[in-house]
Design a protein around this ligand. Structure first.
Ligand SMILES: [Zn+2]
Length: 214
């Protein structure tokens, strides 16, 4: 795949994820890899108007920018780590998606229950220890947790990162994680409803049910 084709695929994925509400206005970034290079979104990106020329091509080992005038995403190191440690991973997506990010704030792993969830992501989406955005500390925290059997991770107090063998599947995984997080929180609320005003609980459960439909 040429550098241009890689950039185009990243742009298309940005448009899809923005349309789904996972990137626009709330940050996030993504990358695809071919051999030892990756195409990654630039920092401070407007995902709706992204063009192939905005995308950076980087070496996954040295993080040298091989092509592109813009600064690469501050989380390039996270994507590169995924690609270096997991050769079968071809696409990596980082989002601040609302429900799964709530789990990252609660410091709770998301159990994967359905056949598809377990096949694509493993038995859980675990929480990775905290590191500030764009730092080596965050990359090291992910490195410590990275497992050959788990394809999604919650970044403590921050968001998620997930990988897959293709960008289509990575996007699918983003949705699976959001649905599973909504299911977990809905179940926790239901089993804990006690004497709370019923209308409030029902309202919360109705909102979470919407996230489980996506
Ligand atoms: Zn982030």
């Amino acid at each position: 795949m040429s550098n241009y084709e890689m950039k185009k695929e990243v742009v298309e994925a940005c448009h899809v994820l923005s349309g789904m509400g996972y990137l626009a206005g709330i940050g996030g970034n993504l990358a695809i890899r071919v051999a030892d290079r990756m195409a990654v979104t630039p920092s401070a990106a407007d995902y709706f108007s992204m063009k192939p020329d905005d995308i950076c091509i980087m070496d996954i080992h040295s993080l040298e920018v091989l092509e592109g005038d813009r600064s690469p995403s501050v989380e390039s190191g996270l994507h590169a780590l995924f690609f270096r440690k997991r050769p079968e991973i071809k696409a990596s997506v980082h989002t601040h998606q609302p429900v799964a990010s709530a789990m990252a704030l609660l410091n709770r792993n998301i159990p994967m229950l359905s056949g598809e969830e377990q096949r694509e992501l493993g038995e859980k989406v675990p929480v990775v220890g905290y590191g500030p955005s764009g730092t080596g500390m965050l990359v090291n925290a992910l490195k410590k947790k990275l497992s050959p059997h788990l394809n999604g991770y919650l970044l403590r107090n921050h968001g998620i990162i997930c990988g897959a063998r293709s960008m289509d599947q990575a996007i699918r995984n983003v949705r699976l994680i959001e649905k599973a997080a909504a299911r977990y929180i809905a179940e926790a609320i239901t089993s804990n409803r006690g004497s709370r005003p019923v209308a409030t609980v029902d309202q919360a459960l109705a909102s979470l049910a919407e996230y489980q439909q996506i």
